[in-house]
Write a protein that binds this ligand. Structure first.
Ligand code: SAH
Length: 347
């Protein structure tokens, strides 16, 4: 079966089995990638029109108890200036973001022992009482089901937890022994059952990844049916065990964005900062390949460099109100419009 035939099956709403996904990745040519991108861009327009959703990202702590081998803020990296934003600093980010037109706040951080349920629930309640029209997305790692339940009850709408890889063997090569594939998947199932809009995802070109891994990622996502998927190229960080590994490939990332859009047309799919880091036109190229979300950074300037998951993280300046206008202008060149809205997943 040719790649085109498999792509056409996705467009028709078929599910592919694992060998089909593998074959598609193995045989896709640059022409096939262009074909998938055109169809994915059409699919995005059919569901979302010209609208691009924006999320204001607040990286509120870089303390982390985890030791993921790829990540620059891993516990064993002694070279990081660790920081934690105060409630007041986070609420200032919220107000600035709200004034600029953001209606989704993403609170992301390392797995910081100070981010207790009590503290997070209090913060969620404050945010929701000030701005009931703002959706809050949490991205604070693996927690107990009970913790997720409390956060949901306190008003959290969405949760991002990349599965990182759907292959257990690959997972074990990216993480230390105490961090297990089974617990990651348990968390994702709990989040889905508790009624969060859930996002999973993975890095493209992480060490030891092959098309077999990627096929399993796509197959898993197609079955799990998350509302959001975050993917971006792996980029090495100089103070991690993977410092010498090559970055992920941009073309592969774009192909995967297109295939995800075709497999799940209503997906909320960001063109990520990692993509924009490797390519100055990464955001636009991601959108033209099927992405429909961008996540500008709302963190205070003085801490942005300290939240370095990988080297040379893009700092596009699209953050403040005038930067958002620049992003709007950029996206207008490809016929897209930033909208002021929560940007929920269509039902
Ligand atoms: N601690 C939270 C969120 C922060 S990490 C959590 O575990 O969910 C957010 C994502 O950044 C990770 O899921 C990972 O996929 C990505 N990431 C980490 N290191 C990276 C690297 N070197 N290159 C590209 N992406 C990376």
């Amino acid at each position: 079966m040719t790649a085109r035939h498999l792509i056409d099956r996705l467009v028709a709403g078929d599910r592919l089995d694992l060998p089909d996904w593998r074959r598609l990745l193995d045989v896709a040519t640059p022409e096939d990638r262009g074909y998938a991108a055109r169809l994915a861009n059409d699919a995005r327009q059919r569901v979302f029109g010209n609208a691009i959703y924006i999320r204001g990202l607040v990286e509120f702590t870089n303390f982390c108890r985890c030791n993921c081998l790829y990540c620059g803020i891993r516990r064993d990296n002694r070279d990081v200036r660790r920081y934690r934003l105060s409630d007041e600093q986070i609420l200032t980010c919220l107000e600035d973001g709200y004034a600029a037109g953001f209606r989704t706040l993403v609170l992301q951080g390392g797995e910081d022992a100070h981010a207790t349920d009590e503290w997070l629930c209090g913060l969620l309640q404050t945010i929701k009482s000030r701005h009931p029209d703002v959706a809050v997305t949490l991205s604070v790692g693996e927690r107990s089901r009970e913790s997720y339940r409390r956060l949901r009850e306190a008003g959290a709408d969405r949760y991002l937890l990349r599965h990182e890889t759907a292959s257990p063997e690959h997972y074990a090569r990216l993480h230390p022994a105490g961090q297990t594939f089974d617990n990651r998947m348990r968390c994702l199932r709990d989040l889905q059952e508790l009624g969060f809009q859930v996002g999973c995802g993975f890095m493209v070109g992480s060490p030891f990844q092959d098309n077999g891994c990627l096929a399993r990622d796509l197959h898993f996502i197609q079955e799990f049916r998350p509302q959001m998927v975050g993917i971006g190229p792996f980029i090495p960080h100089h103070a991690t065990p993977f410092r010498a590994a090559p970055s992920g490939n941009i073309e592969t990332t774009l192909l995967l964005l297109s295939l995800l859009r075709l497999a799940l047309p209503k997906l909320l799919l960001p063109a990520t900062t990692a993509l924009a880091t490797l390519d100055p036109h990464g955001r636009e190229r991601g959108i033209l390949a099927g992405a429909n979300v961008v996540m500008p950074n709302l963190s205070p300037r003085e801490v942005r460099d300290s939240y370095a998951l990988y080297d040379h993280k893009a700092n596009s300046g699209c953050e403040a109100a005038e930067g958002l206008q620049r992003l709007r202008d950029q996206l207008q060149t490809i016929g897209c419009d930033i909208v002021v809205s929560r940007g929920d997943a269509p039902s």
